[in-house]
Design a protein around this ligand. Sequence first.
Ligand SMILES: CC1(C)c2ccccc2-c2ccc(C[C@@H](CC(=O)O)C(=O)C(=O)O)cc21
Ligand SMILES: [Zn+2]
Length: 335
Amino acid sequence: MDGEGNKKPWDASQLRKYDLTFDEIPRLHYKDPKIDEYIRANKPVVIIESNIIKPALQRWTLEYLEKNLGQTGHTCFVSKNHQFKYYDDKKIYDKTNNTKGVEFTPPTKKVEMRIEDFMKRVKEWKKGDDRIYLQQSLTTSVGNNIVEDFVKFDWDYVNGKQAKHNWGPLTSNLLFIAMEGNQTPCHYDEQENFFAQVQGYKRCILFPPSQFECLYPYPVHHPHDRQSMVDFEHPDNAKFPKFKDAKGCEAIVGPGDVLYIPIYWWHHIESLMRGGPTTTVNFWYKGGPSTLEYPLKDHQKVAISRNVEKMLLEVLQDPKEVGPLLSAMVLGRYT
Ligand SMILES: CC1(C)c2ccccc2-c2ccc(C[C@@H](CC(=O)O)C(=O)C(=O)O)cc21
Ligand SMILES: [Zn+2]
């Protein structure tokens, strides 16, 4: 029970244990002008009691989605464990396009699955079975009812924020249906994100771009570009000594909560264990124009370091040469 003796919708036993401490991400009523101060400062905030995805809150049960999501196959990811690590298949080394990449075995399989089959596998899942995670764009080939709901989202509100904060265009609205306990390991995206929770509870752990040194992203040319190399549940403190210094913030988002995940912010997201399937809709926007004003913002330095890695790989061709050249340039000279 919480303070007022109300049944809490979840409890701490449903959260995976990490040896890290987190500040709480503030939760503000959608009319609160302080929300704009957070967005302007590129800081996360949970927007509550809004109508952003109201029709989805009212109607998108799993049964409704099964009936209305559409007959086409939907993109599903299959994993042997609870982690769903993104990878860019265009960066995978293979003999044919003989890109000098790295040996890589994809940790998840991408399959097309009909919604009925997806729901069946979720319902019949037993410990030890593969896990699955459905991802479906809401702007293509979904049923008419879903389109009707979608057009009734509170577009005035989100378009208002996009305009007020000079974001770029909305690039996609994706629907995600996860199994309880699914985990999307720590990564960052190069887009602004309104992360709207429809059903179930998700724990969102965020770190600012300034924590780059503590989160050890893969090299830019690696298929896991933009993902942290650290396994949060079994951190290798020898390889990643600064990980223990990472200072994050967290929010447990439930139905109707909309988390603003600022561009370049790291996020590690898990559907609560024993909390049932979860449904999320995200709104990804291109970042606004980034003028080089000093002092530079932390995410701009991340963007600059990405360009350095890309340029070096471009000229050196072999990724194995990038590290040694960077070390030669820095060790003993800049350190
Ligand atoms: C795990 C999955 C299905 C996946 C597999 C392979 C390639 C891409 C992705 C991908 C991308 C975004 C999400 C939603 C969210 C994380 C979350 O809610 O779990 C998130 O990171 C964001 O909204 O930015 C989830 C996925
Ligand atoms: Zn993401």
